[in-house]
Design a protein around this ligand. Structure first.
Ligand code: MG
Length: 295
Protein backbone atom coordinates (compact mmCIF):
# COMPACT_ATOMS: atom_id res chain seq x y z
CA UNK A 1 0.00 0.00 0.00
CA UNK A 2 1.38 3.43 -0.90
CA UNK A 3 1.69 6.19 1.69
CA UNK A 4 0.76 9.81 0.91
CA UNK A 5 4.44 10.72 0.30
CA UNK A 6 4.86 7.81 -2.12
CA UNK A 7 1.69 8.77 -3.96
CA UNK A 8 2.92 12.38 -4.22
CA UNK A 9 6.30 11.12 -5.45
CA UNK A 10 4.67 8.79 -7.96
CA UNK A 11 2.43 11.58 -9.27
CA UNK A 12 5.34 13.97 -9.52
CA UNK A 13 7.52 11.33 -11.27
CA UNK A 14 4.71 10.64 -13.71
CA UNK A 15 4.35 14.30 -14.57
CA UNK A 16 8.14 14.60 -14.95
CA UNK A 17 8.08 11.60 -17.28
CA UNK A 18 5.28 13.19 -19.29
CA UNK A 19 7.08 16.50 -19.62
CA UNK A 20 10.39 14.74 -20.35
CA UNK A 21 8.83 12.54 -22.98
CA UNK A 22 7.39 15.51 -24.91
CA UNK A 23 10.63 17.50 -24.56
CA UNK A 24 12.75 14.48 -25.55
CA UNK A 25 10.48 13.77 -28.51
CA UNK A 26 11.06 17.32 -29.74
CA UNK A 27 14.81 16.83 -29.39
CA UNK A 28 14.68 13.60 -31.38
CA UNK A 29 13.06 15.24 -34.41
CA UNK A 30 15.86 16.46 -36.65
CA UNK A 31 15.33 20.15 -37.27
CA UNK A 32 17.96 20.61 -39.96
CA UNK A 33 17.29 23.92 -41.70
CA UNK A 34 17.27 24.20 -45.50
CA UNK A 35 20.13 26.59 -46.27
CA UNK A 36 19.54 27.96 -49.75
CA UNK A 37 22.24 29.62 -51.83
CA UNK A 38 22.20 31.50 -55.16
CA UNK A 39 24.84 31.91 -57.84
CA UNK A 40 25.78 35.43 -58.88
CA UNK A 41 23.04 35.87 -61.49
CA UNK A 42 20.24 33.76 -60.00
CA UNK A 43 18.47 36.72 -58.36
CA UNK A 44 17.13 39.61 -60.47
CA UNK A 45 18.95 42.92 -60.11
CA UNK A 46 21.46 45.16 -61.87
CA UNK A 47 24.15 45.05 -59.17
CA UNK A 48 25.46 42.68 -56.54
CA UNK A 49 23.81 44.78 -53.83
CA UNK A 50 20.41 44.73 -55.56
CA UNK A 51 20.66 40.95 -55.91
CA UNK A 52 21.72 40.55 -52.28
CA UNK A 53 18.74 42.70 -51.16
CA UNK A 54 16.42 40.42 -53.14
CA UNK A 55 18.10 37.33 -51.65
CA UNK A 56 17.83 38.61 -48.08
CA UNK A 57 14.14 39.35 -48.54
CA UNK A 58 13.68 35.71 -49.58
CA UNK A 59 15.80 34.36 -46.70
CA UNK A 60 18.60 33.10 -48.96
CA UNK A 61 21.68 32.60 -46.76
CA UNK A 62 24.39 31.52 -49.21
CA UNK A 63 26.17 33.04 -52.22
CA UNK A 64 28.09 30.95 -54.77
CA UNK A 65 30.20 33.06 -57.13
CA UNK A 66 32.28 31.72 -60.00
CA UNK A 67 36.00 31.33 -59.34
CA UNK A 68 37.26 33.25 -62.37
CA UNK A 69 39.25 36.30 -61.29
CA UNK A 70 38.28 35.57 -57.65
CA UNK A 71 41.50 36.90 -56.10
CA UNK A 72 40.67 40.35 -57.52
CA UNK A 73 37.09 40.26 -56.24
CA UNK A 74 37.72 39.33 -52.58
CA UNK A 75 37.36 42.95 -51.37
CA UNK A 76 34.23 43.54 -53.48
CA UNK A 77 32.51 40.45 -52.07
CA UNK A 78 33.60 41.14 -48.48
CA UNK A 79 32.20 44.65 -48.72
CA UNK A 80 28.91 43.60 -50.33
CA UNK A 81 28.38 40.80 -47.77
CA UNK A 82 29.30 42.94 -44.77
CA UNK A 83 26.40 43.28 -42.30
CA UNK A 84 24.22 40.88 -44.28
CA UNK A 85 22.81 37.51 -43.31
CA UNK A 86 24.44 35.90 -46.38
CA UNK A 87 27.69 33.95 -46.37
CA UNK A 88 29.90 32.61 -49.12
CA UNK A 89 28.79 29.04 -49.84
CA UNK A 90 31.03 27.32 -52.40
CA UNK A 91 33.08 28.77 -55.25
CA UNK A 92 32.10 27.39 -58.65
CA UNK A 93 35.22 26.36 -60.62
CA UNK A 94 36.73 29.19 -62.74
CA UNK A 95 40.23 27.70 -63.11
CA UNK A 96 42.14 27.23 -66.38
CA UNK A 97 43.27 23.83 -67.70
CA UNK A 98 42.16 20.59 -66.02
CA UNK A 99 43.60 18.10 -63.58
CA UNK A 100 43.60 15.08 -65.95
CA UNK A 101 45.23 16.93 -68.85
CA UNK A 102 47.82 14.95 -70.78
CA UNK A 103 49.70 18.12 -71.77
CA UNK A 104 51.93 19.23 -68.84
CA UNK A 105 51.35 22.90 -69.75
CA UNK A 106 47.57 22.51 -69.41
CA UNK A 107 48.02 20.65 -66.11
CA UNK A 108 50.37 23.39 -64.87
CA UNK A 109 47.77 26.01 -65.77
CA UNK A 110 45.23 24.10 -63.69
CA UNK A 111 47.61 23.81 -60.72
CA UNK A 112 48.43 27.52 -60.67
CA UNK A 113 44.95 28.93 -61.27
CA UNK A 114 43.20 26.43 -58.96
CA UNK A 115 45.57 27.25 -56.11
CA UNK A 116 44.94 30.99 -56.54
CA UNK A 117 41.19 30.36 -56.35
CA UNK A 118 41.56 28.11 -53.28
CA UNK A 119 43.54 30.81 -51.45
CA UNK A 120 40.90 33.47 -52.25
CA UNK A 121 38.10 31.02 -51.31
CA UNK A 122 39.74 30.58 -47.90
CA UNK A 123 39.88 34.36 -47.38
CA UNK A 124 36.17 34.56 -48.11
CA UNK A 125 35.28 31.71 -45.72
CA UNK A 126 33.98 29.48 -48.51
CA UNK A 127 33.02 25.85 -47.86
CA UNK A 128 35.13 24.80 -50.86
CA UNK A 129 36.00 25.14 -54.54
CA UNK A 130 34.01 23.01 -56.98
CA UNK A 131 35.91 21.13 -59.70
CA UNK A 132 35.33 18.57 -62.43
CA UNK A 133 38.31 16.29 -63.23
CA UNK A 134 37.66 16.37 -67.00
CA UNK A 135 34.75 17.35 -69.26
CA UNK A 136 34.06 15.26 -72.38
CA UNK A 137 35.20 18.16 -74.57
CA UNK A 138 38.58 18.51 -72.84
CA UNK A 139 41.33 16.73 -74.80
CA UNK A 140 43.83 15.26 -74.82
CA UNK A 141 43.14 13.76 -71.40
CA UNK A 142 44.74 10.87 -69.53
CA UNK A 143 43.08 7.52 -70.37
CA UNK A 144 40.33 6.13 -68.14
CA UNK A 145 42.55 3.51 -66.43
CA UNK A 146 43.46 2.34 -62.93
CA UNK A 147 46.73 4.27 -63.15
CA UNK A 148 44.83 7.45 -63.94
CA UNK A 149 42.55 6.95 -60.95
CA UNK A 150 45.57 6.44 -58.70
CA UNK A 151 47.15 9.59 -60.17
CA UNK A 152 43.91 11.54 -59.60
CA UNK A 153 43.79 10.44 -55.94
CA UNK A 154 47.41 11.51 -55.42
CA UNK A 155 46.80 14.87 -57.08
CA UNK A 156 43.58 15.39 -55.11
CA UNK A 157 45.47 14.61 -51.90
CA UNK A 158 47.93 17.43 -52.60
CA UNK A 159 45.15 19.82 -53.52
CA UNK A 160 43.11 18.85 -50.44
CA UNK A 161 46.05 19.43 -48.12
CA UNK A 162 46.68 22.83 -49.77
CA UNK A 163 42.99 23.72 -49.30
CA UNK A 164 43.08 22.73 -45.60
CA UNK A 165 45.99 25.13 -45.06
CA UNK A 166 43.68 27.85 -46.40
CA UNK A 167 40.75 26.70 -44.22
CA UNK A 168 38.71 25.48 -47.13
CA UNK A 169 38.25 22.34 -49.29
CA UNK A 170 38.09 21.13 -52.88
CA UNK A 171 34.74 19.67 -53.96
CA UNK A 172 34.48 17.06 -56.74
CA UNK A 173 31.33 17.42 -58.83
CA UNK A 174 29.99 14.41 -60.78
CA UNK A 175 28.21 15.36 -64.03
CA UNK A 176 25.88 13.49 -66.34
CA UNK A 177 27.41 11.37 -69.11
CA UNK A 178 26.70 13.97 -71.82
CA UNK A 179 29.08 16.36 -70.08
CA UNK A 180 31.62 14.13 -68.32
CA UNK A 181 31.68 10.37 -68.61
CA UNK A 182 34.69 10.19 -66.26
CA UNK A 183 32.87 11.01 -63.01
CA UNK A 184 29.09 10.59 -63.06
CA UNK A 185 27.87 9.43 -59.68
CA UNK A 186 28.02 10.84 -56.17
CA UNK A 187 29.16 7.53 -54.62
CA UNK A 188 32.08 7.32 -57.06
CA UNK A 189 33.13 10.88 -56.18
CA UNK A 190 32.90 9.96 -52.48
CA UNK A 191 35.13 6.92 -53.05
CA UNK A 192 37.73 9.19 -54.66
CA UNK A 193 37.48 11.47 -51.59
CA UNK A 194 38.11 8.46 -49.33
CA UNK A 195 41.05 7.20 -51.41
CA UNK A 196 42.61 10.66 -51.64
CA UNK A 197 43.25 10.45 -47.90
CA UNK A 198 42.84 14.14 -47.21
CA UNK A 199 40.08 15.76 -45.14
CA UNK A 200 40.28 18.64 -47.64
CA UNK A 201 38.83 16.52 -50.48
CA UNK A 202 35.01 16.54 -50.58
CA UNK A 203 32.24 15.91 -53.09
CA UNK A 204 28.77 17.17 -54.00
CA UNK A 205 25.58 16.21 -55.78
CA UNK A 206 23.76 18.26 -58.43
CA UNK A 207 20.07 17.35 -58.76
CA UNK A 208 20.30 18.12 -62.49
CA UNK A 209 23.21 15.73 -63.13
CA UNK A 210 21.77 13.19 -60.69
CA UNK A 211 19.68 11.82 -63.57
CA UNK A 212 22.62 9.34 -63.57
CA UNK A 213 21.56 8.05 -60.15
CA UNK A 214 18.96 5.35 -59.53
CA UNK A 215 18.10 7.00 -56.20
CA UNK A 216 18.68 10.57 -54.97
CA UNK A 217 18.40 9.25 -51.41
CA UNK A 218 21.01 6.53 -51.88
CA UNK A 219 23.38 8.88 -53.70
CA UNK A 220 23.50 11.39 -50.83
CA UNK A 221 23.61 8.68 -48.17
CA UNK A 222 26.58 7.03 -49.96
CA UNK A 223 28.56 10.27 -49.68
CA UNK A 224 27.38 10.76 -46.10
CA UNK A 225 28.25 13.52 -43.72
CA UNK A 226 31.97 12.88 -44.08
CA UNK A 227 32.20 13.73 -47.78
CA UNK A 228 29.05 15.63 -48.87
CA UNK A 229 29.99 19.31 -48.89
CA UNK A 230 27.62 20.99 -51.38
CA UNK A 231 24.45 20.48 -53.42
CA UNK A 232 23.26 22.11 -56.67
CA UNK A 233 19.62 22.35 -57.64
CA UNK A 234 17.77 23.06 -60.92
CA UNK A 235 14.57 21.90 -62.58
CA UNK A 236 14.88 18.29 -63.71
CA UNK A 237 13.73 18.51 -67.31
CA UNK A 238 15.41 21.61 -68.77
CA UNK A 239 17.76 22.85 -66.01
CA UNK A 240 15.72 25.97 -65.29
CA UNK A 241 14.08 27.09 -62.02
CA UNK A 242 12.80 24.28 -59.77
CA UNK A 243 9.07 24.13 -60.49
CA UNK A 244 9.30 25.21 -64.13
CA UNK A 245 9.31 21.54 -65.18
CA UNK A 246 6.20 20.71 -63.13
CA UNK A 247 5.88 17.14 -61.82
CA UNK A 248 9.48 16.32 -62.77
CA UNK A 249 10.75 18.69 -60.10
CA UNK A 250 10.62 16.39 -57.13
CA UNK A 251 13.47 16.65 -54.63
CA UNK A 252 11.78 15.01 -51.64
CA UNK A 253 13.81 11.77 -51.57
CA UNK A 254 17.09 13.65 -51.83
CA UNK A 255 15.98 16.13 -49.17
CA UNK A 256 15.03 13.24 -46.88
CA UNK A 257 18.63 12.02 -47.05
CA UNK A 258 19.98 15.52 -46.36
CA UNK A 259 17.73 15.85 -43.32
CA UNK A 260 18.72 12.44 -42.00
CA UNK A 261 22.38 13.36 -42.45
CA UNK A 262 21.73 16.68 -40.67
CA UNK A 263 23.47 18.17 -43.68
CA UNK A 264 25.04 21.43 -42.48
CA UNK A 265 25.95 23.00 -45.85
CA UNK A 266 24.07 24.67 -48.73
CA UNK A 267 21.62 23.76 -51.49
CA UNK A 268 22.61 26.18 -54.22
CA UNK A 269 20.69 27.19 -57.37
CA UNK A 270 22.54 26.52 -60.64
CA UNK A 271 20.00 27.14 -63.36
CA UNK A 272 18.41 29.60 -65.78
CA UNK A 273 14.73 30.41 -66.22
CA UNK A 274 12.23 30.62 -69.05
CA UNK A 275 9.92 32.96 -67.14
CA UNK A 276 10.03 36.27 -65.31
CA UNK A 277 12.94 35.85 -62.92
CA UNK A 278 11.35 37.69 -60.00
CA UNK A 279 8.39 35.30 -60.11
CA UNK A 280 10.13 32.03 -61.00
CA UNK A 281 12.88 32.43 -58.39
CA UNK A 282 10.36 33.22 -55.66
CA UNK A 283 8.15 30.28 -56.65
CA UNK A 284 11.18 27.96 -56.75
CA UNK A 285 12.19 28.92 -53.21
CA UNK A 286 8.63 28.27 -51.98
CA UNK A 287 8.55 24.88 -53.74
CA UNK A 288 11.87 23.77 -52.25
CA UNK A 289 10.83 24.86 -48.75
CA UNK A 290 7.57 22.96 -49.00
CA UNK A 291 9.32 19.81 -50.27
CA UNK A 292 11.88 20.10 -47.45
CA UNK A 293 8.96 20.12 -44.99
CA UNK A 294 7.47 17.03 -46.67
CA UNK A 295 10.78 15.12 -46.64
MG1 MG B 1 26.44 21.77 -60.87
Amino acid sequence: MLGAASVALTTSSASMLTSCSSACKKEQIPSTPLRLSFQEHTAPGDSLNERFDFMENLGIVGFEPGGRNLANRVGEFQQALSGRNIKLSAICAGFGGFILAEDPKVKAEFDATMRDIIAAAGELGSTGVIMVPVFNWQAPSLPHTLDTRQYLCEQMHELGEYALKHNTTVILEPLNRKEAHYLRQVADAAAICRDSKSAGVKCMGDFWHMQEETSDYAAFMAAGKEYLQHVHVASRGRRIMPGEDGELDNYVEGFRALKQLEYPHYVSFECGTKGDRTQTVTAAVELLRSQWEQA
